[in-house]
Design a protein around this ligand. Structure first.
Ligand SMILES: [Zn+2]
Length: 362
């Protein structure tokens, strides 16, 4: 039986990259160990993840971890742990800030990717927005890799990143895609702004922020202009042989994958396809396609580099104290236009307005 989450609980819930509907489809349509991993992960998403994150001692974790006392703004502080295929966090220390990359074993791949992409995400927020880590107070970044056995998911638990290795049939290891790492970390940014409650339209906006900033971290890392970017969330995450490009498409929501085992990408691109009253906190991973597509259209219309144009305005909107915690698409759209007028100018604000009109939010 599924229960509707209490309005205040979703914000404290770890947010995972693979939505429940995808795991449900796999549980019903895949075979053997792939099905078993999906079932187990679905159970985890529905039960353990529905509870506030707990420490080993059972106390509720603080929302964000303590800042290291010697922190210098602009200098990232990373620690990567190896959960050694167990479910206990954080696991064994694998790489500390400044340590050379461990080599010699394929299991270090995930450690080094997590280290590099945590660094790339920190760099993006610092260099582009002068934001000092997720909380803008220098939060040290912690991640655990090799979580459980064949775990097909990744999540941010309010304190650290957790990465599974994937099931080796449908999903690659979850450190593989830089935008997946940045997606999860951006949940920490949104949370520390105390913005966008993780349910219904505000929840879909919360999800969209993670996709939008995830895409920008990737584009910034590759120094890609908007016309060169792939606009796919999680490119390379699906195993070879699976019919799909990634988890979501910002350029064409609803077309990222169509596979017998995964199902078909259910995302709408416009309000005509808006889905109401469904599981997944009111369809947060489905309806996020609409604001995702608006961002894509705005970034394309403005041209150049996303983080210098539309991204700037989206960041100002996310950090605007007048953005309500339960904001709907319309409220968010109006605020982006306001910020665009003062930051980019009236013509550019007009292009952003057109993007929101194209997806039928305005
Ligand atoms: Zn998410």
């Amino acid at each position: 039986m599924t229960t509707h989450p209490a309005p205040d609980s979703p914000a404290r819930r770890p947010q995972s990259i693979i939505p429940p509907y995808m795991l449900e489809h796999i549980s019903e349509h895949a075979d053997g160990p792939v099905r078993d991993s999906a079932k187990k992960t679905l159970e985890h998403v529905r039960t353990a993840m529905a509870m506030p994150a707990k420490t080993e001692e059972g106390a509720i974790r603080p929302l964000l971890a303590v800042v290291p006392p010697a922190h210098v703004p602009g200098v990232v502080q990373r620690t990567i742990y190896d959960a050694r295929h167990l479910g206990t966090l954080p696991g064994k220390l694998a790489r500390r800030e400044g340590q050379a990359a461990p080599t010699g074993s394929s299991s270090y791949k995930a450690t080094n990717e997590a280290y590099d992409y945590l660094g790339a995400t920190y760099d993006f927020y610092w260099k582009v927005f002068q934001r000092d880590s997720l909380d803008n107070k220098g939060l040290a970044l912690t991640a655990s890799v090799h979580y459980e056995e064949n775990y097909p998911n990744a999540y941010w638990d309010g304190k650290q990143m957790v990465f599974g290795d994937g099931d080796g049939k449908l999903f690659n290891r979850f450190t593989y895609a830089i935008d997946i790492v940045a997606h999860e970390l951006t949940h920490g940014v949104t949370e520390s702004q105390n913005a966008l409650l993780y349910i219904e339209q505000s929840g879909a906006l919360n999800e969209s922020m993670s996709d939008v900033f995830g895409a920008m971290v990737k584009q910034y890392h590759l120094q890609q202009s908007v016309d060169k970017a792939d606009w796919i969330v999680g490119a390379g995450l699906l195993y070879k042989g699976i019919n799909g490009k990634g988890l979501r498409s910002m350029a064409a929501p609803g077309t990222a994958y169509d596979d017998p085992q995964l199902g078909k990408d259910p995302q709408p691109a416009t309000m005509a396809g808006f889905v109401s009253a469904r599981p997944d906190n009111g369809g947060v991973h489905v309806n996020s396609g609409i604001p995702n597509h608006a961002f894509y259209l705005a970034a394309l219309a403005l041209g150049g580099r996303s983080w210098e144009t539309a991204g700037k305005v989206w960041y100002q909107t996310l950090c605007d104290p007048s953005l309500s915690r339960t904001a709907n698409f319309d409220e968010f759209a109006q605020l982006t236009i306001q910020h665009a007028k003062s930051t980019l100018g009236a013509n550019q604000a007009g292009l952003i307005e057109t993007a929101w009109k194209t997806v039928e939010v305005l």
